[in-house]
Ligand binder design. Sequence first.
Ligand SMILES: [Ca+2]
Ligand SMILES: [Ca+2]
Length: 405
Amino acid sequence: MFPANLQPTNHLQRWLLVAPILLCVGLLFSATPAPALYAQSAPAQPTVTETIFLPVITAAQAAQPCVADPPGDADDLPDALILCSGQTVTGAVHRDTDRLDVYKIYIERGQHIELLLDASGDGNVELLLSPPDSPPIGETGTIRVSAASMRPDNQEKIDYIARESGYWFVTVYSAVGQNDYSLAVTIPDEPPAGDFAIRGITCRNFVTASSPGWYDQRCRPGGFEYQITRINVSFTKAWHYPPILEPPHFALEVSAYLVQGDADYRLFLFEEDNWGPGYYAFGVRPSDGAFSMMRIDRADGVDTWTPLIDWTPSPHIRRGTLTNRLRIERNGAEWTLIINGQQVGSVTDDTHGGTEFGLYTRNTEPNSIIRFENMQYVRYSDTGTYSSVAANDNGAAEAYLLQLE
Ligand SMILES: [Ca+2]
Ligand SMILES: [Ca+2]
């Protein structure tokens, strides 16, 4: 069922490496006389202390070659074609005659994956990422999805951290019409973080609210995107509930894009409640490709904005309505700021602590629409409270069932 280069072979390779070690250990123990546990009168056996160095072979050293499948046409998950990092594949999907092309790629738990889909045609193509144990789409027409890019145009982008190791499925889906596409896949050549928990954040944990003439904010159908419509020129702070950040060491990621108008989009982090002593805001201004990191201190109801990094252009920011991925990593007072996988800055500041975060946007044109999607929270295991978080938050349950229409 599986080609020779699939993960079971990798498991086999690891066992071939580990088995001799276990055999040596087993022989060592079998050669040791049984301890006289109950022979109280027996003299104690002399203890021979000898240090034995066993070779340590880690999985990371057993590099697995990735061999891509030849070009083809797969329409469901069991037939998915293997992709490798660095590869770009081309294809075509049509709403009526061939609406799905399905690929898969091996990702280690904790690795990032970046998928870029660029399509042309008269339709609308979407990009979906499904976890390793996803069932076939089959007759149901539903697919399990952990991350999705469903923009109104054909410039789809997914950045995601794998919650588990395995073959993740990448589906190109024509929602409308005929689309020729190219799909580029990149797994950055960086080791996964040591010990961490990952939690997908559903947009349903953000407030649904509307005020005529001012704003409208809500989760979009499908559950993947949170949309803020800024009707007049002002700003919106939408905060996640319940509080989930666990200082001191965590990271928060979100993808965002402008649908229309002109606005920035940011992550903001704060303590206590939104109207407490202050907060931080890290974000992108897509009109001119700039980012900033601000600290906002509140006293007597007045906010004072202090730029830790003032608006700075970055070549890593995609402009206009294209999707950008924001990542903020905080370890105590140390902050690392990353956009589209590239570090753009770092600051040191611990004026404000906090366990809460939200999404922020400030528009300069009326009727601006901003969408946030594929939010992830990473908790690093710097404290003993980690393990229970990991057990709860790495399950495949954090995927949505999407009905393909
Ligand atoms: Ca197909
Ligand atoms: Ca689209």
